[in-house]
Design a binder for this molecule. Structure first.
Ligand code: MRU
Length: 348
């Protein structure tokens, strides 16, 4: 994607360093963060310098490749095994992170170079699958559609292109004159901050809506389709995505609005039978109690926006039952959210 006319990927590896767009500073500041070792890359995943299922999958793969580079000859096996566990402990919900560590660990056991190659391959595949998802998703979008999306499943959440936003970019580029309703997506506001920033860069007409405005707009006929991303999809099609997705899916079902999930195969967890088995990350309560905004000196500032001393509960994801999902847009086409659809996808 282009930022100030220069093409960027969200994350890339050069030598033994991993570079990533510092997402905590967006949309106020555009900065590249360089991580020179695997523990720093773990910190970047944990603190959400890099976030979004595909992007943290790529980060996890690169982190394990960095660990393979750092490991001494004598304790190589032990070093990469501990590194794998440390990387997997950063964030529990997005399946892509584990898909990546499993693949790079297998390669690293053979050689450092194979680990680097595999990590690079994962990042390249992530960009390619996103583009394919865009093409299939675009077929669902008719001219003039109002499209609602939740959180950020755009190019910042992947290596490039994105999942939920990829069809929207292609629809816009082909002149379909779509309008995007961007859920702000509390508590971290990935919609208001990241999705809106991406859409602005691409000149896609859009408006940020308060999280609780979605059902109202659906009731007024403003939303023709809803597309969101996914962090982990169980074998039966139950889907974990950013907190608040479930409420939107329930509202969409009530108003008869098609509700699609867009995700690559690396997000599916076929060993997880239903959504009940998906671990939901609990994050720091301060993400709910405070907000980073821009102050009058044009500097980002973290402000208390709640009653002083109040406690908060901060589950980062929820699970939308398969029965509320119209279909899942994958790199191999649009599938049914069911065991059947998912088994067929993995056989193809
Ligand atoms: O906590 P995050 O920002 O890493 O959450 C992941 C997400 O951005 C969303 O859940 C998204 O819709 C799916 S990831 C492409």
């Amino acid at each position: 994607m282009k930022v100030n006319n220069k093409h960027y990927r969200t994350i890339w590896m050069q030598g033994s360093s991993v570079f990533m767009i510092e997402q905590n500073l967006l949309p106020f500041e555009f900065k590249i963060f360089e991580s020179t070792n695997y523990l720093d890359t773990c910190m970047a995943i944990k603190t959400m310098i890099v976030r979004g299922a595909g992007a943290i999958g790529a980060a996890a793969g690169f982190a394990l490749a960095q660990a393979a580079i750092e490991a001494g000859k004598n304790n190589y096996g032990e070093y990469i095994t501990i590194a794998k566990k440390t990387i997997e402990d950063t964030r529990p919900t997005a399946r892509n992170l584990f898909t990546a560590t499993e693949r790079v660990y297998f390669a690293a056991k053979q050689s450092v170079q194979l680990a680097i190659d595999e990590a690079q391959k994962i990042a390249d595949e992530d960009a390619q699958t996103s583009l394919a998802i865009g093409k299939y998703g675009n077929e669902l979008i008719k001219p003039g559609f109002g499209i609602e999306t939740h959180c950020n499943a755009g190019w910042l959440a992947f290596v490039d292109h994105g999942t939920a936003l990829a069809p929207i970019y292609l629809a816009h580029q082909s002149g379909k004159q779509v309008f995007v309703y961007v859920d702000e997506t509390r508590p971290r506001n990935q919609g208001a901050k990241l999705t809106a920033w991406e859409l602005q860069n691409e000149n896609v007409p859009h408006a940020i809506i308060a999280d609780n405005a979605g059902a109202h707009l659906m009731s007024k006929g403003k939303i023709d389709i809803m597309i969101t991303g996914a962090d982990r999809i169980a074998l039966n099609g139950d889907t974990a995505n950013k907190i608040g997705t479930l409420e939107k899916a329930i509202a969409a079902k009530y108003y008869g609005i098609p509700f699609y999930i867009a995700a690559p195969k690396s997000t599916f967890d076929i060993n997880c039978k239903t959504g009940n088995e998906i671990i939901i990350e609990e994050r720091d309560q301060n993400e709910v109690l405070y907000q980073i905004g821009m102050n009058k000196h044009n500097k980002p500032e973290n402000l208390l926006i709640s009653a002083p001393g109040a406690d908060a509960i901060n589950p980062a994801f929820d699970v939308t039952p398969a029965e509320l999902i119209t279909g899942i847009i994958t790199e191999n086409g649009i599938i049914e959210a069911s065991d059947n659809g998912i088994i067929k996808l993995f056989k193809s």
